[in-house]
Ligand binder design. Structure first.
Ligand code: AP5
Ligand code: MG
Length: 212
């Protein structure tokens, strides 16, 4: 199965994708996580992407398409949960073409809806583990020990693009470039809407129902 999670920054795409991937033994491919890992490794791609990410703008399509399709073809036939990709119409078209070449297609697109006002609260309280990528929220999903990852005890960090100014730019970018994908996939009859303002468990139940 190939599923796409759509939604604004902070909708909970990463939170839900991790839960689903664990439960379904699927491969979770987050374009943002992959870019952050490239940046941390100091690769050419990471260096090229860094400026766009810090400004809350999208990294150029050609770089992202190559990066994601390469990872998808190395998935060994496992189910795939796409988180943060595609994010533009050219990316969506390239994904369709790439899958088509392998006789595959997208099975479902889950659109996690959260209003802009809620996004800011989510972003300013988010903390993540630089070692394992686990995501927390100071108020909504706190770690057992303040500032430490439950899984490996690493010091939690705040993402540099989670400042209020960059969050505003990311929201603008989302509305201009990514939201049109809801229509694109609706025309293909693939979109299932989920109310992302509920608790993480309730959202998970709706996402699972949408994929069943
Ligand atoms: P990316 O990393 O994908 O960022 P994003 O889309 O802005 O989404 P986030 O990761 O911020 O939010 P999320 O939906 O995963 O929410 P989360 O689960 O963490 O992209 C970063 C940058 O990389 C982009 O700006 C761009 O520059 C570049 N990039 C990436 N992909 C690209 C592409 N395809 N093309 C071009 N450029 C690309 O949850 C957020 C917080 O809320 C957490 O603290 C969490 O604990 C909490 N939370 C989650 N669910 C709930 C809930 N139900 N109730 C209360 N709190 C909740
Ligand atoms: Mg994410």
């Amino acid at each position: 199965m190939i599923a796409v999670l759509l939604g604004p920054p902070g909708a909970g795409k990463g939170t839900q994708a991790k839960r689903l991937a664990e439960k379904m033994k699927a491969l979770h491919l987050s374009s943002g996580d992959i870019l952050r890992a490239e940046k941390a490794a100091g690769s050419e791609l990471g260096k090229e992407a860094a400026g766009y990410m810090e400004r809350g703008e999208l990294v150029p399509d050609d770089l992202i398409i190559k990066m994601m399709l390469n990872r998808m073809t190395a998935s060994d036939g496992k189910s795939i949960i796409l988180d943060g990709f595609p994010r533009t119409l050219p990316q969506a078209e390239a994904l369709d073409e790439g899958l088509n070449r392998h006789g595959l297609k997208i099975d479902a697109v889950v659109n996690i809806d959260v209003p802009d006002g809620e996004v800011e609260r989510r972003m300013t309280g988010r903390r993540s583990c630089p070692t394992c990528g686990a995501v927390y929220h100071l108020e909504f999903a706190p770690p057992k020990t303040a500032g430490k990852c439950d899984k490996d005890g690493s010091d939690l960090v705040q993402r540099p693009d989670d400042t209020p100014e960059v969050v505003q730019r990311r929201l603008q970018t989302y509305h201009q470039q990514t939201q049109p994908l809801v229509d694109y996939y609706s025309r293909h009859g693939l979109v299932k809407d989920v109310d992302g303002t509920q608790s993480p468990d309730q959202v998970q139940a709706e996402v699972e129902a949408a994929l069943a």
